[in-house]
Design a protein around this ligand. Structure first.
Ligand SMILES: Nc1ncnc2c1ncn2[C@@H]1O[C@H](COP(=O)(O)OP(=O)(O)OP(=O)(O)O)[C@@H](O)[C@H]1O
Ligand SMILES: [Mg+2]
Length: 323
C-alpha cells in the first residue's frame, strides 16, 4: 500500500468545555506499529474512538485506508479491528462462541468463522479454554480473546487501547510478541500505552500525547538518538535515595535526578559525567553506595525531558485509577 494507512489532520474533539483532543496531526504508514504514549486523560482513548468511528470529531479530518470519514466510515470499519480498554465480549458465552459471534457480525460464513475461531484460539494459546465461559477467564486470557476477536475478519489495521494494562507480566509479554508477529504479517498497528518501555520495545514511531496535544512525534531511533551524548548513572543507596537526590540537586545543579519505586536513584547529565565527585559527595554525607552503574540512554529520558512527566508518576496514576 503506497498511501498512509491512516492520515489525521488537525483533529479536535471536545466534550462540552473539555478539549479531549486538540488539533492532532499525524499519519501512520502501512505495516508499522505506531504508538500513542501518554498519561491519564491525555486523549488516547478519545483518539481511538474517533479513528474507529465510536465518537465524532468536533473538527479536523480522518482518512483510514484511503477512506475519508464520515462518508467512508463503514467501508473503513470493515477493514479495521478494535481492542477497547474494557472488553466488549459476552461474559456468559464461551471463547469459541464469542469469536464465532463476532465473525457472524462481519457476515463471515459458518465454515470460515469456525475455522478462523479455532485458528485464533490456537494462535493465542487459548485452545484449552475455548469452551469455558468468557467470565471464567483470567484478565490476561480475557485480553487475549478480545484481541483475537478484533482479528476475526482479518483486518488491515488493528487499534489497541492499552493492551497490556492491568494484566500479568507473562500475558503482557505474550501479547507484545503477538503484536510483533502481526506486524511481521503486514498488519498495521495503532496502539496506546502509558508504558514507556512498551512503546520503546514495540513501536517504530511514537507520538507523545499530553493534555490532548501531541507534543512530539518521531521515529523511535530519532527519539533515542536525542538521548545520545547524555549519560545516566544508576545508584543503589538502600534507604537513602531521597537524601541522595537532595544532595545531588544542591551540590550539582546541572544534573537531573530521578527516584524509582525500587529505591534506586538515577542521575542524568546532558553530557559526560564524572562518577568520582558524586561518590565523594555521597561519602562525605555518610550515604552508603551499594552499586553504581552506567545506564544506556532510553526513551524514558527523552520522554521525561520533553513532557516533564516522570515514568513512575505515570504508572502510579494509572494503577491508582482502579484499573
Ligand atoms: N465521553 C466523555 N465525556 C466527557 N469528557 C470526556 C469523555 N471522554 C473523555 N473525556 C475527557 O477527555 C479527556 C481525555 O480522555 P481520554 O479518555 O481520551 O484519555 P486517555 O488518554 O485515554 O486516559 P486514560 O489513560 O485514563 O485511559 C479527559 O479529560 C476525559 O475526562
Ligand atoms: Mg484511555
Amino acid at each position: 500500500m503506497e498511501t498512509p494507512a491512516l492520515k489525521v489532520s488537525d483533529l479536535t474533539k471536545r466534550y462540552g468545555d473539555v478539549t479531549a483532543l486538540d488539533g492532532a496531526t499525524f499519519s501512520v504508514e502501512a505495516g508499522e506499529i505506531f504508538g500513542f504514549l501518554g498519561p491519564n486523560g491525555a486523549g488516547k482513548t478519545t483518539t481511538i474512538n474517533v479513528l474507529t468511528g465510536l465518537a465524532r470529531p468536533t473538527s479536523g479530518s480522518v482518512r483510514v485506508l484511503g477512506y475519508t470519514y464520515p462518508a467512508g466510515l463503514t467501508s473503513a470499519q470493515a477493514r479495521i479491528g478494535v481492542v477497547p480498554d474494557e472488553s466488549n465480549l459476552y461474559p456468559e458465552m464461551d471463547g469459541f462462541d464469542n469469536l464465532c459471534f463476532c465473525a457472524a457480525l462481519y457476515g463471515i460464513s459458518r465454515d470460515t468463522r469456525e475455522r478462523r475461531a479455532r485458528d485464533l484460539l490456537e494462535r493465542f494459546e487459548l485452545a484449552d479454554v475455548g469452551s469455558r465461559p468468557f467470565a471464567a477467564y483470567s484478565r490476561g486470557m480475557k485480553r487475549k480473546l478480545t484481541i483475537a476477536a478484533a482479528l476475526i475478519h482479518d483486518p488491515d489495521i488493528l487499534f489497541l487501547d492499552e493492551p497490556t494494562t492491568g494484566i500479568d507480566v507473562a500475558s503482557a509479554r505474550g501479547i507484545r510478541r503477538l503484536l510483533g508477529d502481526l506486524r511481521n504479517d503486514g498488519v498495521t498497528i495503532f496502539l496506546t500505552t502509558h508504558y514507556i518501555e512498551e512503546a520503546e520495545r514495540l513501536c517504530g514511531r511514537i507520538a507523545f500525547i499530553v493534555g490532548g496535544s501531541i507534543v512530539r512525534i518521531d521515529a523511535k531511533e530519532d527519539l533515542l538518538s536525542e538521548a545520545d551524548g547524555s549519560s545516566t548513572l544508576s545508584f543503589s543507596l538502600d534507604g537513602d535515595a531521597r537524601r541522595g537526590a537532595d544532595l545531588i540537586s544542591s551540590s550539582f545543579p546541572d544534573l537531573l535526578t530521578r527516584l524509582h519505586a525500587d529505591g534506586t536513584l538515577t542521575v542524568i547529565s546532558p553530557g559526560e559525567m564524572d562518577l568520582m565527585p558524586i561518590l565523594r559527595a555521597f561519602d562525605g554525607a555518610g550515604i552508603p553506595v551499594y552499586e553504581a552503574r552506567l545506564v544506556r540512554p532510553s526513551l524514558e529520558d527523552v520522554f521525561v525531558r520533553i513532557t516533564g512527566i516522570e515514568a513512575e508518576e505515570m504508572k502510579r496514576h494509572k494503577e491508582g485509577s482502579g484499573r
